[in-house]
Design a protein around this ligand. Structure first.
Ligand code: ZN
Length: 400
C-alpha cells in the first residue's frame, strides 16, 4: 500500500455523532535516533507531532495521543472539514536543540587542613568541574513523516478539543476561516505477484524487496512496479536445509573523505581494534554491514558492528527455501547510519568525533545478502560468526 506523499490518519472525536468537526493537521515524525556525543553514542526512538498550521492558540503538539489513541485513515466526508497544512514539515524541529551542553559536576573529595602548628585534619570537600557534552553528529533512521488530523469543534464562540471536550485558546476564526482540503487523497495498491512467473511473492507489510520462491528471484518495490533486484546468500557451516530462518543484510563498500577504507587491513588500522594484522587482509575487500530489517536502535548498532567486524566473504546466489525476515529497512535508510557505525567502531573516538561533520561518505557498491540463522528458544544464532540475537528485537522493530 502506497501514498504519493505521506499517509494521512485521523483521531476520532469522543462523540461519534459530533457534527461540523474541524480536523486540524499535525505532522508526525517517527524513527530511530542516533547521537554521537562526547560521552559516546546515544540511541533511541523518536515519535513527535507538530502543529501543521500557523500557531493560533491550538495545542502545538498532540502529546501522547498519536501513540495512545486509535488512528484511522483520513477520508474527507460530509460535515467534516480537513484543514490544509500551511507549514511544511521541518526536520530540524525534531533535531537535538543544542550542540554543546555544559554540566557542572560535583565530585566529593577530601582536603587536608592544618588546624594547629603541628596538627592536621582531613575534611570532606567538593570539587567542581565543568563537563562539556558536545553533539558531533545526529542521524535519524527509518524515519517516516505522516499527517494526523485531530478533531476540534466550535460552540458559543469557543473552539473545543474534540477528544477531551476542553476549551482551547484558539479563536473560532482560526478553524472556521482556514482553508480546507478537497483533494482526493488516494492510496494506491501494488500487487505483489512475481512479474516473471505470476506466483505470489513472499513479502511483509512494508517490504522494500520481495522474493519469489517459484522462480528464485528478488524484486525491488518501487512506486509503480516490481523491478529486478540482486541478492546473495552467505555460505555457512549450517547444513543445507537445517537453517530455520534467514536474515537480510546490506553489504556496502564505501568511499569516505579523510579515511581510506578499501581493505579489511585499512579498517583494522583505522579503528585500532585489537587484532593482529594479517598480510592477506591488505587484499581482502572491506564492507560495512547493516541489518536490512527493522530492529530497535540498540540491537541495530550492535548487529551492524559485529557483522562489519566479521565481514563474511563466501557467497552464492541461491535463494534459500527457508523463510526470510522481510526486507523493510531500505538501503538508503540503513546507509544513513554509516557515520554512526564507523564512529562506534573506532577506538580513536576522541580524534575522530570532531571530524564527523566534515566527512562525506558514499556508497560505492551495495548488495543484499541473506544470512542463515538457527532457532534456539528466545534467540536466533549465527554459528559461523558466533553471534546471537533476541527474537524479540526483530518483533519490536516491526512497530518502528
Ligand atoms: Zn517468480
Amino acid at each position: 500500500m502506497q501514498a504519493p506523499d505521506h499517509f494521512r490518519y485521523c483521531i476520532l472525536p469522543h462523540d461519534p455523532f459530533l457534527e461540523d468537526v474541524f480536523y486540524v493537521p499535525y505532522w508526525r515524525f517517527r524513527g530511530m535516533h542516533f547521537l554521537c556525543k562526547t560521552s559516546g553514542i546515544d540511541n533511541g526512538l523518536v515519535d513527535k507531532t507538530f502543529l501543521a498550521i500557523e500557531n493560533s492558540g491550538l495545542p502545538s503538539s498532540l502529546g501522547l495521543r498519536a501513540q495512545s489513541l486509535k488512528l484511522k485513515f483520513a477520508r474527507p466526508g460530509d460535515k467534516t472539514h480537513f484543514l490544509k497544512p500551511t507549514r511544511p514539515f521541518d526536520p530540524s524541529l525534531a533535531a537535538a536543540r543544542n550542540t554543546v551542553e555544559y554540566e557542572l559536576v560535583r565530585s566529593p573529595e577530601t582536603r587536608i587542613l592544618r588546624i594547629s602548628e603541628d596538627d592536621y585534619d582531613i575534611v570532606p570537600d567538593v570539587r567542581l568541574e565543568i563537563k562539556e557534552e558536545r553533539i558531533y553528529h545526529e542521524t535519524f533512521l527509518a524515519d517516516t513523516v505522516s499527517l494526523i488530523y485531530a478533531p476540534f469543534y466550535v460552540r458559543s464562540e469557543k473552539v473545543y478539543d474534540g477528544v477531551t471536550n476542553d476549551i482551547t485558546g484558539a479563536l473560532p476564526g482560526a478553524v472556521l476561516d482556514a482553508d480546507t482540503v478537497n483533494d482526493d487523497w488516494h492510496v494506491s495498491f501494488l500487487p505483489t505477484l512475481c512479474p516473471n512467473c505470476g506466483w505470489d511473492t513472499i513479502s511483509g507489510r512494508d517490504s522494500c524487496i520481495v522474493f519469489c520462491t517459484k522462480c528464485a528471484r528478488a524484486w525491488r518495490v518501487t512506486e509503480r512496479a516490481l523491478v529486478p533486484a540482486e541478492f546473495a546468500r552467505m555460505i555457512s557451516k549450517v547444513p543445507e536445509g537445517s537453517s530455520d530462518l534467514y536474515l537480510p543484510f546490506w553489504r556496502i563498500s564505501v568511499s569516505m573523505t579523510s579515511v581510506k577504507l578499501d581493505s579489511y587491513a585499512d579498517f583494522i588500522r583505522f579503528t585500532n581494534i585489537p587484532r593482529v594484522l594479517q598480510p592477506a587482509w591488505e587484499n581482502r575487500p572491506f564492507y560495512l554491514w547493516f541489518p536490512a530489517f527493522k530492529t530497535a536502535p540498540s540491537p541495530f548498532l550492535r548487529i551492524a558492528k559485529q557483522f562489519t567486524i566479521a565481514n563474511p566473504e563466501e557467497m552464492d546466489d541461491v535463494l534459500p527455501h527457508a523463510s526470510v525476515v522481510p526486507v523493510n529497512m531500505p538501503l538508503d535508510d540503513a546507509f544513513d547510519s554509516a557515520k554512526t557505525i564507523i564512529a562506534d567502531l573506532t577506538l580513536r573516538k576522541k580524534t575522530f568525533f570532531p571530524t564527523l561533520q566534515d566527512i562525506t561518505i558514499e556508497i560505492r557498491e551495495s548488495f543484499l545478502v541473506l544470512v542463515p540463522f538457527t532457532d534456539s528458544n528466545n534467540e536466533l544464532i549465527q554459528p559461523d560468526m558466533n553471534f546471537s540475537l533476541f527474537k524479540n528485537s526483530i518483533r519490536l522493530g516491526q512497530n518502528i
